[in-house]
Design a protein around this ligand. Structure first.
Ligand code: GRF
Length: 216
């Protein structure tokens, strides 16, 4: 049985594409034993929806603008996602803050990718902030989602050294390339049963995770 995966997006969906490719549902013949069973976007114009359709994956649009509150928006998403019966739900460029109720509903099976070396630079504009802070290293993180924004336990990171000529744009590009390797890697660990989470505590190879795995 392959792992059932729902993906939530808001935009281009290049991370979604990397995940589809890893599962052999995209343009490349990946061999991760997982299946993207549904893609939900909060924006109708998100290009990621097109990527999902090309791969023959069911899509749904739940436009946050149609809802009066965050709670109502989240409550509208839940039955759609649940109907796909996902083992895990991956946020891939999903630009909405989630309610504690939503996070609780998917506890231990909700992950996110964030373009910084968490806990550094939570939130937006991470590349410019890494440069402004004079950081030597930057990169991306995959973490289980907790109610605190970008605050759940980090399970894996990929790093790069900031070069003297780097701009926010060049860093964004280089980090994106790392994201496209990191998320499929984490997905393969989930599919192989090497990574799981129990009561908000990630477990990797039977050991509680105390520090992120580094992508080599
Ligand atoms: C990525 O940088 C992700 O880390 C961030 O939003 C971006 C989404 O890019 N949360 P894409 O839609 O996967 O191309």
């Amino acid at each position: 049985m392959s792992l059932r995966v729902a993906v939530l997006i808001s935009g281009s969906g290049s991370n979604l594409q990397a995940l589809l490719d890893a599962c052999g549902q995209g343009e490349k013949s990946g061999n991760v034993n997982a299946r993207i069973v549904g893609v939900l976007s909060n924006r109708a114009e998100a290009f990621g929806l097109e990527r999902a359709k090309r791969a023959g994956v069911p899509t749904a649009i739940v436009a946050n603008a149609d809802f009066a509150s965050r709670a109502e928006f989240d409550a509208a998403m839940t039955p759609i996602i649940d109907a796909w019966q996902p083992d895990v739900v991956l946020l891939a460029g999903f630009m909405r803050i989630l309610t504690p109720e939503f996070v609780q509903h998917y506890q231990d099976r909700l992950l996110n990718i964030h373009p910084s070396l968490l806990p550094a630079h939570k939130g937006l504009d991470t590349h410019a902030r890494a440069i402004a802070a004079g950081d030597s290293y930057h990169g991306c993180s995959v973490h289980y989602v907790s109610a605190e924004l970008d605050g759940g336990p980090v399970v894996a990171q990929a790093r790069l050294r900031i070069q003297s000529g780097d701009t926010a744009e060049s860093l964004a590009q280089r980090v994106h390339a790392l994201e496209h390797r990191l998320y499929p890697q984490v997905l393969s660990w989930l599919a192989e049963g090497r990574l799981s989470c129990q009561a908000n505590q990630p477990v990797f190879d039977q050991q509680p995770v105390s520090a992120p795995q580094l992508l080599t």
